[in-house]
Write a protein that binds this ligand. Structure first.
Ligand code: AMP
Length: 218
């Protein structure tokens, strides 16, 4: 049975997705990214996706009941109990954190810890503006770091092409940061009070930050 269940907390652009990709590979955790799930639903035009898309494009949070429902159902599946989960982009509000605490208790998921990555707005804006994503495998790249751009072939999968997320445009980035400070940053205090929070400076190079993240998991 898994004894490690990890929440990656932090503002948009801090590197949650990048480190999540490596953590699931190195630790065998199940990667649960609400952003990826919602983007896939929006691309497929499902009822959930259609509801979520307007919020995502505006840089706002999708209503709690929708994301809580997704996470509650997915966490109940067997692989989570066996391998442990890496939550990336959830929870993002206190209501989501409270719902998660209930599910974690119900399902008896143990060893929960929260890694909080931080960086200045300047670093976040630069990273978000340069981010490119694979349309097939969701791998994350950066124009500055990887020398790639929209339309390039993905180096992580067969046939994927890189694109720029519609919410990585400057107007939406500003709104997403506002949303983060208002609704998600309070989770830092919430998890500190519960003795679960590990703070890591996410502004350095990805490899250096990843080393600090793995050191915190031993
Ligand atoms: P992300 O890929 O984590 O940056 O998420 C992209 C967008 O999906 C966010 O800006 C929100 O609109 C939506 N989203 C992702 N996760 C959540 C969540 N836990 N609660 C509400 N909205 C979310």
């Amino acid at each position: 049975m898994a004894e490690r269940n990890v929440i990656l907390l932090g503002p948009p652009g801090v590197g949650k997705g990048t480190h999540a990709e490596r953590l699931v590979e190195d630790y065998g955790l199940v990667h649960l990214s609400t952003g990826n799930i919602l983007r896939e639903a929006a691309a497929a035009g499902t009822e959930l996706g259609n509801k979520a898309k307007a919020y995502m494009d505006a840089g706002e949070l999708v209503p709690d009941e929708l994301v809580i429902g997704i996470i509650r159902d997915r966490l109940a599946e067997d692989d989570i109990k066996q391998r442990g989960v890496l939550l990336d982009g959830f929870p993002r509000t206190i209501a989501q954190a409270e719902a998660l605490a209930e599910v974690v208790a119900q399902l008896q998921l143990t060893g929960l810890l929260v890694i909080n990555l931080s960086a200045s707005d300047e670093v976040l804006i630069r990273r978000l503006s340069g981010r490119r994503m694979c349309d097939t495998c969701d791998a994350i790249f950066n124009v500055d770091r990887d020398g790639v751009d929209v339309g390039d072939d993905c180096s992580e999968c067969e046939g994927g092409k890189l694109y720029q997320r519609s919410d990585d445009k400057p107007e939406t980035i500003a709104e997403r940061l506002r949303t983060y400070y208002e609704q998600t940053a309070p989770l830092i205090g919430y998890y500190t009070q519960r003795g679960l929070l590990i703070d890591i400076d996410g502004s350095a190079e990805a490899d250096e930050v990843y080393e600090r993240v793995t050191a915190s998991l031993t």
